[in-house]
Write a protein that binds this ligand. Structure first.
Ligand code: SAM
Ligand code: SF4
Length: 323
């Protein structure tokens, strides 16, 4: 089992398979994806090696992310490769869902267990303003299809922004009343590129937590492979609410995840100063050798992301690594 010097155990891998994205979310890529040089993203055999290596080190869950992972044509094979790796119990994806109704059946056939779709507004105009795309109706159609599937867990990610969707909290809650999904409000994180936007738009997740607790919601206990969200449920609601509060005290104490970038670098933290090169080993070495190398790097994992000190490391935006 991968463990760091602070006794944290790592069951969960976030694997980015591309940094390209077609959306222009205001907090992430407001000017759209900028391609400054040629790169070759991890190939399927390299992804297989990553999955086998991490599984041999105790990883049970892989989240496929990006950029926008569904821009890769071989995404169903990527899902299948992860799912067929012995030891991997859960495969999840985080997507903007721009072609969800069309693509979802192939992902489910490939073995997808959990679908996370990012939806920052339920209002068409505001959705377009935030993402630069007119896709809300398509995405919501996709959510309906996903929810109807008996073996698929469905989650929606919403980044809270004070002057955009924060005023629509009630609308989001009303939506999950009859919708069996986990809606997760993510506190906006500062990155290298969004400093001014962050200062204007950041809302403390604690504000939402107090609101939920005052309105009949209760907190659930976390599973060991759980993501970073604190989950809340309400007896009158089919859906649940998750709060991801990276600025809260002790957020990093429960860190159980590591990241591999689409170019094959191990990132011990989303906001680390740099990634550790795995690519050469992934193409040339067996998974035992890669595993020994990863284990030797764990002592470099820091106690915290230091975001509260406004240190964002090498992370210019989260499309680089997948959030
Ligand atoms: N393109 C996919 C999507 O948007 O779902 C996957 C990649 S995206 C980087 C992963 C998640 O990170 C999304 O839910 C997105 O809203 C969130 N995210 C991106 N930038 C963020 C920021 N600065 N603060 C908080 N969450 C952010
Ligand atoms: Fe693209 Fe996701 Fe970033 Fe939005 S949050 S720009 S969909 S990578």
């Amino acid at each position: 089992m991968l463990t760091d010097t602070f006794g944290r155990r790592f069951y969960y891998l976030r694997l980015s398979i591309t940094d390209v994205c077609n959306f222009r979310c205001q907090y992430c890529l407001p000017d759209g994806y900028q391609c400054d040089h040629d790169r070759q993203f991890l190939t399927l055999p390299e992804i297989r090696n990553v999955a086998q290596t991490f599984a041999s080190l105790g990883t049970e869950k892989i989240r496929i992310t990006g950029g926008e992972p569904s821009l890769r044509k071989d995404l169903p094979e990527v899902i299948k490769t992860c799912k067929q790796t012995p030891g991997i119990k859960q495969v999840a994806i985080t997507t903007n869902g721009y072609k969800l109704p069309e693509m979802l059946p192939q992902w489910i056939d490939a073995g997808l267990d959990t679908l996370n779709v990012s939806i920052d507004s339920l209002d068409t105009k505001q959705f377009n303003l935030i993402t630069g795309h007119d896709k809300l109706d398509t995405i919501l159609k996709g959510i309906d299809i996903a929810v109807a599937h008996p073996n698929l867990k469905v989650k929606v990610n919403t980044v809270l922004m004070r002057n955009f969707n924060y005023q629509s909290l009630e609308q989001f809650l009303a939506w999950v009343k009859g919708m069996p999904i986990s809606l997760r409000f993510i506190e906006l994180m500062q990155t290298g590129d969004n400093t001014t936007f962050f200062d204007e738009q950041h809302v403390q997740g604690e504000e939402i937590k107090q609101y939920l607790l005052a309105n009949g919601w209760s907190e659930q206990i976390r599973e060991k492979t759980a993501g970073p969200a604190q989950e809340f449920y309400h007896p009158d609601y089919q859906g649940t609410i998750g709060l991801i509060m990276p600025y809260s005290k002790d957020f990093c104490a429960t860190c159980n995840r590591l990241r591999v970038s689409s170019l094959g670098k191990l990132h011990l933290c989303l906001f680390a100063e740099h990634g550790h090169e795995l690519r050469e080993l992934l193409t040339e070495a067996d998974s035992e050798t890669v595993a020994a190398h990863i284990t030797s790097l764990m002592s470099d994992k820091k106690v915290s992301h230091f975001l509260q000190d406004k240190l964002t490391g090498a992370t210019k935006h989260l499309a680089m690594l997948g959030g």
